[in-house]
Design a protein around this ligand. Structure first.
Ligand code: FMN
Length: 362
């Protein structure tokens, strides 16, 4: 596989209720046996990464949740190549605890663990566990300190840091991870993009149109270049691949028709409030409609819904505007990850090879 090929990740369903706030039948389970088997199916299908979710409390269709670092380790122990990204919330986690946990897991798994530093949208969750809820941009300022500190601990001896949120005095972590774990981060507000352009290895964003994604990628890459930093971009998509477009569209229509309006509206209210508190008054979900919000991270907007050929072409169009990774969600994870690996991924690789050949000939 070429270094340049677009990469694929899937959302680990470690939270009950799947990835859509809908009463449609879902053959996805949040339990550990289901997740172990899914991880094996995904690595055989050609997925490079799995992304776990962090939730401390129930709400909006997600009644139960396995903790992200623990489940990530379980999935790493059940696979050989897959990289698993553990979601982390600064606040509940102290960076010294996380640096130590991840360093050990890295050694146990041949360096296959990564982290996703999330800045949070769920105020009720912070209140429930007695954690202060910071203002929007303050949450990102803390996350950036968290990332700076993580890297510092992982790479330096006698690490000293005097931030507004974290302080370290001649701290030496032993052993350090042999390779520094990759650091992902998610959002789409200006604060999220600014932070990615300075601190993260990877920027994850909600689903969007190709034009919407291009605007973000251009902004981030320009800012990162000014900071002498490089950042890769991953985009969320809820994928519905079926043999015909009609079948795929019918599944989407059913998901939406069976949406749980109370849960979707409550979720929409919470995430819009979280974003409104930013100076621009805009966050990840500022423009999300009811239908968009039926998928937690606007995954229908990316429009990877249709036949394998249509989906492969749209994925390559995203790659053309600078996307490095597709983060995918599915209705029936095990079956659909396998179908994706068999029917869609080979077409993507074919289109990538054709483009590379055309470029070389030009
Ligand atoms: C791909 C992706 C994964 C995320 N995973 C989580 C998560 O597991 N737990 C969580 O509380 N927030 C998660 N978030 C939320 C973000 O950390 C961030 O708080 C949110 O996107 C708000 O962004 P905004 O500042 O652009 O409004 C995720 C966001 C994205 C884009």
């Amino acid at each position: 596989m070429s270094q340049n090929n677009i990469k694929f990740a899937y959302w680990v369903p470690n939270v009950s209720g799947g990835l859509v706030v809908s009463k449609i039948e879902q053959r996805t389970s949040w339990d550990i046996d289901y997740n172990r088997k899914l991880a094996q199916i995904a690595e055989n299908a050609g997925f490079e990464y799995a992304l776990s979710q962090i939730r401390f409390t129930a709400g909006y269709g997600a009644e139960f949740q396995h903790e992200s670092v623990a489940i990530s380790h379980a999935l790493l122990a059940s696979t050989e190549k897959l990289r698993v990204i553990a979601a982390i919330l600064p606040g509940p986690w102290h960076p010294a605890v996380l640096a130590k946990q991840i360093s050990t897991i890295s050694e146990l798994t041949n360096g296959r663990i990564a982290v996703n530093i999330v800045s949070g949208w769920f105020r009720g969750e912070f209140t429930a566990i007695g954690e202060p809820w910071l203002e929007h941009d303050e949450r990102y300022r803390r996350s950036e300190e968290f990332i700076d500190v993580l890297r510092g601990i992982w790479t330096r001896d006698d690490f000293t840091y005097k931030g507004d949120f974290y302080r370290f005095h001649n701290y030496s972590l032993k052993p350090k991870p042999a390779q520094v774990p990759e650091i992902f981060q998610g959002g789409s507000s200006r604060a999220a993009r600014d932070m990615a352009s300075r601190a993260s290895d990877w920027y994850f964003t909600n689903g969007n149109t190709v034009e919407g994604i291009k605007a973000q990628v251009d902004d981030i890459r320009a800012k990162a270049a000014a900071n002498n930093h490089q950042v890769k971009v991953g985009v969320n998509a809820f994928i519905i691949a079926r043999d015909t477009e009609e079948e795929a569209r019918a599944v989407l229509a059913e998901i939406i028709a069976k949406a749980d309006p109370e849960a979707v509206n409550a979720f929409g209210h919470e995430v819009k409030q979280a974003g409104k508190a930013s100076p621009e008054g805009e966050g990840n979900w500022a423009k999300s409609t009811f239908e968009d919000l039926v998928q937690y991270n606007d995954g229908f907007k990316t429009n990877l819904i249709g036949t394998p050929q249509q989906i492969a072409e749209r994925i390559v169009a995203l790659k053309d505007v600078g996307v490095d990774l597709i983060l995918s969600g599915f209705l029936h994870f095990q079956e659909e990850v396998a179908y994706f690996g068999e029917k869609v991924l080979p077409l993507v690789r074919e289109l990538e090879a054709q483009r590379a050949a055309a470029k070389a000939a030009a």
